[in-house]
Design a protein around this ligand. Structure first.
Ligand code: NAI
Ligand SMILES: C[C@H](CCCC(C)(C)O)[C@H]1CC[C@H]2[C@@H]3[C@H](O)CC4=CC(=O)CC[C@]4(C)[C@H]3CC[C@]12C
Length: 369
């Protein structure tokens, strides 16, 4: 797509463009994609910040729509050169039913693929997740693994199940003939746990810490390592893949790539403290304060309470058997596949990613006072 005859000719569609990752992808595209003529942002809920983007040189079209509605998706996709499909329901806390998660993540993705085929859009970038691989239900560690590392990917939870099915649909669609007879080129990106400006779970931990008098209590051993990735780097990988898919279709089509950067491997809680610490919170305990069996019991109790309270209110705490298993299982990625295939280098260093995230938490602190 680097053809100069195509300068400022391309139309991109970002589904879920008002979400945590989607907003970063949208802003990154506007900054870094010189060939962009029109950027369509499709989301169930449109953010007010979109207005400020409409004054720039690129035509920004905000489309309020639902990926589960095939006709809405087809209308948004028609005429787009590239679709970046980030829309999804990210729910590991039992806020939504398994059926709704499946409908949005799997049927929504099917609708996006069919829309590409029917309208002649050739390039589709899908935001998958590391959860497609693991951690699995056995809690087996994945240590510095890459895209070829053998791992028993067995899931029961609706979220990873839905992401795995959707990813499979995207990969199988690679090579299908779109309207006009040319082949569809698809690719799936698998971010590990994303952090950065706008991260809701970081916000939740921060407010929980404030409520507890500036303290958080260690629940997970520091030895359990997680791979995390800065949202700006994830956004950049999406922009780069979208740009390179045409020229490297034979190499990249139907491929999966972990989304990674140089963020340090740490336990989920210790990693969060990299940002929450400089904002005045303290992680109490060098070891977990409660025995693991008690956490398992509390997590199960939360499931029971969620079920009992459902007719009255939505009770969806951070701790449940799934999140406990996730937090307590080492899952770290070490790969260079994206660098080898399309020259990905994370534009934000760990220091910059950390500084930006701390500034964001501090701004939240300011607004809370
Ligand atoms: N947050 C994380 O750590 C990770 C997220 N991902 C994936 O990245 C993608 C984006 O996730 P986040 O930005 O964290 O989530 P998010 O919840 O902030 O963003 C998702 C966006 O999709 C939109 N959306 C939801 N249902 C929709 C529907 N029916 N029709 C149209 N739009 C709809 C939401 O309104 C939201 O703006 C998801 O596909 C998720 O599975 C992958 C790995 C890690
Ligand atoms: C909320 C969990 C930490 C709470 C642990 C407790 C209650 C003991 O303090 C989070 C631990 C791991 C997170 C997940 C992981 O980063 C991978 C993910 C990938 C996605 O695609 C979506 C988000 C998530 C499932 C992420 C969700 C929060 C954790 C379970």
């Amino acid at each position: 797509m680097a053809d100069s005859a195509q300068a400022q000719k391309l139309v991109y569609l970002v589904t879920g463009g008002c979400g945590f990752l989607g907003e970063h992808v949208v802003r990154m595209l506007l900054q870094q994609e010189p060939q962009l003529r029109e950027l369509r942002i499709f989301d169930l809920h449109l953010g007010p910040w979109l207005e400020e983007l409409k004054t720039g040189p690129v035509q920004v079209t905000a489309i309020q729509g639902d990926v589960t509605q095939a006709h809405e998706v087809a209308a948004a996709v028609a005429g787009a050169h590239v679709v970046i499909h980030t829309a999804g329901l990210v729910d590991v806390f039992g806020k939504t039913s398994p059926e709704t998660i499946h409908e949005v993540n799997v049927q929504g993705t099917r609708n996006v693929i069919e829309a590409c085929v029917q309208t002649g859009t050739r390039f589709l970038v899908y935001t998958s997740s590391m959860e497609v691989v693991g951690p699995n239900i056995k809690g087996q560690p994945f240590y510095r693994g890459n895209e070829n590392t053998p791992y028993e990917a067995v899931h029961r939870h609706p979220y990873p199940c839905s992401k795995a099915l959707a990813e499979q649909l995207v990969l199988e669609a690679n090579g299908r003939k779109v309207l006009g007879g040319l082949p569809l080129v698809t690719c799936a990106l698998r971010p590990t746990g994303i952090y950065g400006e706008g991260h809701q779970i970081m916000r939740d931990f921060y407010h929980q810490g404030l409520r507890l008098g500036g303290r958080l209590f260690r629940a997970i051993p520091a030895s359990v390592e997680h791979g995390r990735v800065y949202v700006g780097n994830v956004a950049w990988m999406h922009v780069l893949v979208a740009r390179e898919l045409e020229h490297r279709a034979a190499l990249m089509g139907g491929q999966v790539y972990f989304c990674y950067d140089n963020s340090p491997y740490k336990s989920y809680e210790d990693f969060n403290m990299e940002f929450l610490g400089p904002c005045g919170l303290r992680l109490v305990g060098t070891r977990p304060l409660l025995p693991y069996w008690l956490l398992v019991f509390l997590a199960a109790l939360n499931v029971l309470l969620q079920w009992l309270l459902r007719p009255l209110l939505l009770y969806a705490p951070l701790l449940n058997p799934y999140t406990l298993a996730m937090a307590n299982t080492t899952f770290t990625v070490s790969t260079d596949k994206a660098r080898r295939h399309f020259g990905y280098e994370p534009p934000f260093s760990w220091e910059e990613s950390r500084t930006r995230t701390i500034r964001w938490v501090q701004a939240m602190e300011g607004s809370a006072q």
